[in-house]
Write a protein that binds this ligand. Structure first.
Ligand code: SAM
Length: 280
């Protein structure tokens, strides 16, 4: 059932968008001294070898992180994210790509905490080994959606919850909304960030309608498309839905998206947008 492996897609345009947003939220949370929790419900393997068989077969990272990480005019706002990428690649060759838990590991402070969950029998041991010496992190093999009940609210009453399922099963589009509802019931002030792919636009429209029907307030939608919507197979765009976004996030993404779109999509196809879909 679990056939998705993130190693085929690591560092693609969708990861660039997701990890940019993640890094901006973490940076905003660190503006206050009080520690916080980073909860990653679908954490993946942590580190991805870009010269490995999986990434090489698809070459997706070449049209993602490969297009931006060494640009001379990188916007200041991208620096936390790109520093995490450089930290894994100190010799100037792009060998490894950091997944969401490694971006957090690079940015978080000593006193912050990480709860990382991964279900896959091959990716979980890689993640556990990656974090075996990090006292801030707890790594569990299990169902990410369950963590939204089990791990919330955090003791610190501050946190980012990243929800990044593979959408292998159609039920994921409903499960993410149910999961967010459960999490929000327990931790209404938390920042929840949900990643989504646009494969069939209708699925995203439904998911957003369901989310709006929960009566949860203050929801921001950020999207970057590399091609127009299509009925054909394949992902044309991806997005992040952020509940309780840091107040600067909307303006930050409005500043970054034109640059990101121009670099990631030299052909100029697709679109980008930042929309407050539910007000405060
Ligand atoms: N968040 C990671 C990152 O940005 O680097 C990538 C995660 S990948 C898109 C989705 C991951 O969810 C896969 O590694 C998959 O094995 C895992 N997964 C699938 N179903 C799961 C579940 N019910 N609970 C936890 N993890 C699950």
């Amino acid at each position: 059932m679990l056939s998705y492996r993130h190693s085929f897609h690591a560092g693609n345009h969708a990861d660039v968008l997701k990890h940019t947003v993640e890094s901006l939220i973490l940076t905003a949370l660190m503006e206050k001294e009080k520690p916080f929790l980073y909860l990653d419900t679908h954490a993946g393997a942590g580190r991805y070898l870009l010269s490995g068989e999986h990434a090489e077969r698809t070459g997706e990272y070449l049209e993602g992180i490969g297009r931006i990480w060494q640009q001379p005019d990188v916007p200041e706002l991208l620096k936390p994210y790109l520093s995490a990428v450089r930290n894994l690649n100190p010799h100037g060759t792009l060998k490894y790509y950091p997944g969401s838990p490694l971006i957090a590991r690079f940015l978080l402070r000593e006193e912050d905490k990480m709860e990382l969950t991964e279900l896959h029998s091959s990716d979980y041991p890689l993640l556990r080994t990656e974090f075996s010496k990090d006292a801030r992190a707890r790594v569990a093999r299990g169902d990410g959606y369950q963590q939204l009940k089990a791990k919330l609210p955090p003791l610190s009453r501050r946190g980012l919850i990243l929800i990044d399922p593979p959408y292998e099963m159609k039920s994921d589009y409903q499960d993410v909304v149910k999961g967010i509802q459960e999490g929000h019931k327990r931790f209404a002030t938390g920042v929840f960030a949900l990643w989504y792919p646009v494969v069939m636009r209708q699925q995203i429209k439904h998911m957003i309608k369901d989310l709006q029907a929960t009566n949860i307030r203050n929801i921001l939608q950020i999207e970057l498309a590399v091609r127009p919507d299509s009925d054909q197979r394949g992902m044309t765009a991806s997005g992040m839905i952020v509940i309780n976004p840091p107040w600067k996030l909307k303006a930050q993404m409005e500043e970054l998206l034109p640059w990101l779109h121009q670099k990631l999509v030299p052909a100029g196809t697709g679109h980008f947008s930042v929309t407050q879909i539910v007000p405060e």
